[in-house]
Design a protein around this ligand. Structure first.
Ligand code: NI
Ligand code: MN
Length: 229
């Protein structure tokens, strides 16, 4: 079964697999680089890594319009419900937990970051996700620093790791190379860069370093671009 992954700029992705459509960290209407608006996306599941504006900006509008099931930490789920998202449309989780969903098994991983919500309220722990789909395993790191936990996340094999490389708020290109070594994925896709000048990076230079220093294949997309596993 193929998995189609489309980068919508920053840390926003759509993932299509087995008739399911997932959207991760929707930041579209206010993103300087997103190729689509929040009103244009369809989803049956919405995955949120943490509470920062550049990850949840369009979560409420998409959740209310599409009636997608939202997977996020407990505190973000409470924030969503306070804005009208139905109780039975949120799945509240926390670090280390996993849940069987119609598209596969989802596990929440550690992320070294912060997670306040746009209104300043407490956003719980930041996280990442490991998605064990029918025959593909994908790691979405979320916003995080390099962490030795990545050694554990790689056990069992990864077909794809999605890593931030923008630096400043997350790990940068250098640390992402160490992350690839720990995770040992077949492919690695960079995100959280080139959204604004402070997180500008040269993705093709990064890809050269991935090829030189790791066994992984770098997949560099433009916003709107798609890769298939
Ligand atoms: Ni963040
Ligand atoms: Mn961010």
């Amino acid at each position: 079964m193929t998995v189609e992954i489309r980068w919508l700029g920053h840390s926003c992705f759509t993932i299509s697999t087995g008739g399911h459509n997932l959207i991760v960290d929707p930041f579209l209407d206010d993103s300087p680089v997103a190729p689509v608006k929040a009103a244009d996306v369809t989803a049956d599941h919405l995955l949120l890594t943490h509470g920062h504006f550049d990850h949840v900006a369009d979560a409420v509008s998409i959740a209310l319009r599409t009636r997608a099931v939202v997977v996020a930490n407990f505190e973000i789920c409470e924030w969503l419900k306070a804005q009208g998202v139905a109780e039975d449309k949120v799945i509240a989780m926390n670090t280390g937990g996993q849940v069987e969903l119609p598209f596969g098994l989802l596990k929440v991983t550690v992320a070294h970051h912060s997670s306040s919500l746009p209104d300043g309220s407490y956003g719980g722990n930041p996280g990442g996700f490991v998605l064990s789909l029918k025959d593909r395993r994908i790691y979405l790191a979320g916003d995080t620093a390099l962490t030795l936990d990545m050694k554990l996340i790689g056990i069992g094999g990864l077909d794809l790791a999605v890593l931030p490389i923008g630096d400043l708020f997350t790990m940068g290109p250098e640390d992402s190379i160490e992350a690839v070594k720990l995770l040992n994925p077949t492919k690695v896709l960079p995100c959280h860069y080139n959204t604004w000048p402070p997180i500008e990076q040269d993705a093709s230079a990064w890809a050269d370093r991935v090829r030189s220093y790791t066994a992984a294949e770098p997949i560099v997309l433009e916003p709107g671009g798609t890769t298939t596993l």
